[in-house]
Write a protein of this length. Structure first.
Length: 374
């Protein structure tokens, strides 16, 4: 009986070994399959594509509003002002009479010059006939002709002086200032009124020498204007003109920014504004053979504690990330301008940069997806 039990026990032991062997083989197969599966799954990493391009710099300048068209009106002759109906702030139309001076003496001068001119012409016509008959000399004929031409010129001057006794608006606008009163004696070229057209307004700013010398006017991309009386809104504007000679004291160049005034704001000349200019190609971008600039987010940059800056370059198709030392030229807001270490089109990791390693394969995250499916 003991022998029978031993035989049964030996058989049971054989079966137990077979079971253990089966599970061991299954476990190894499962582990191998899991290992193979984990090898195929690459952790997605948020990235940004490095783009080489021109750096944009935003500069702000204080400005002062002036009318798009403005002129100081004055008489070209002396006299007593007998009519001045224009009031400050009043609207006038092109061709309206703004002021008159006493024109009685000017009218008399014109009449006298007209009579003198007629007499001179009559003498010339008679001399022309006599010269044709060889009765007078050539010099007498030339003198009669010259006197007639002189009389005509004097008549034209008197006519102009008479016309200049009336001051007419050259364009429609607003009387911004009145400098004299009615019945006052005025001198030639004394300013009577200032006329301004405020349907198109301008903002005057001063550009420093560095702005002109480096990037220049050609680098301006976009101009916006904000009036100090309404700081909540920005308005589009454009560069109209600029001076080529600087101010003798400030060494700045005046620039004229044109803008259509907003309909719901009464923007008058003399008001203050802020002008913001977006500028391409800041100082140094025109240097020949200089490395192209690439802008990337600041969060993509990390340091190893030795005052060196790095980024992780992720293979586009997935794989081991590459640590690359970069050269930072400047920081603009939340963007770093890189001049060395990465190339245009590289995929740069923007998250988890401190946990990445060159021993673990990753891939760029697909936009719009989350988790391991990203």
């Amino acid at each position: 009986m003991n022998r029978k039990w031993i035989i049964i026990s030996a058989g049971s032991f054989t079966v137990l070994l077979s079971i253990i062997s089966f599970f061991a083989t299954s476990t190894e197969t499962t582990l191998a399959n899991d290992t193979e599966l984990n090898t195929d799954i690459l952790r997605p990493v948020p990235t940004v594509i490095a783009k080489a391009g021109k750096t944009t710099v935003i500069r702000s300048f204080p400005g002062k509003v002036q009318a798009g068209r403005r002129v100081d009106l004055a008489f070209d002759v002396d006299g007593v002002l007998v009519e001045l109906d224009a009031q400050e702030g009043s609207l006038v139309n092109e061709g309206d009479i703004i002021a008159k001076i006493d024109s009685r003496d000017l009218e008399n001068n014109y009449k006298a010059s007209n009579i003198t001119c007629e007499d001179a012409e009559r003498i010339y016509r008679r001399a022309e006939i006599l010269r044709g008959k060889k009765i007078i000399s050539q010099s007498e004929y030339d003198k009669a002709k010259a006197n007639w031409k002189i009389a005509e010129a004097k008549k034209s001057v008197c006519k102009k002086n008479l016309d200049d006794s009336v001051l007419i608006a050259p364009f429609s606008g607003v009387i911004a200032a009145r400098n004299v009163e009615n019945y006052q004696r005025i001198n030639e070229q004394q300013i009577i009124v200032s006329l301004q057209d405020i349907t198109k307004e301008e903002v005057i700013i001063q550009l420093p020498e560095s702005f002109i010398a480096h990037a220049g006017i050609e680098s301006i991309r976009k101009i916006r204007v904000k009036f100090d009386v309404d700081e909540s809104r920005w308005f589009k504007a454009e560069l109209s003109e600029y001076r080529m000679q600087p101010d003798s004291y400030t060494r700045t160049y005046d620039a004229v920014i044109s803008i259509d005034p907003p309909a719901d704001l009464s923007i008058l000349p003399g008001m203050t504004a802020t002008v913001v200019i977006e500028q391409n190609n800041p100082a140094g971008d025109y240097t020949p053979n200089k490395q192209s600039r690439i802008s990337i987010p600041i969060e993509a940059i990390w340091s190893n504690g030795h005052k060196k800056s790095f980024v992780w370059v992720i293979p586009e198709a997935g794989g081991y990330p590459r640590k690359s030392e970069v050269t930072i030229e400047k920081l603009i807001g939340k963007t770093a301008v890189i001049t060395g270490g990465i190339n245009d089109g590289d995929y740069i990791a923007t998250a988890g940069v401190n946990s990445l390693t060159e021993l673990v394969q990753v891939r760029p995250m697909i936009a719009g997806r989350k988790g391991l499916n990203g």
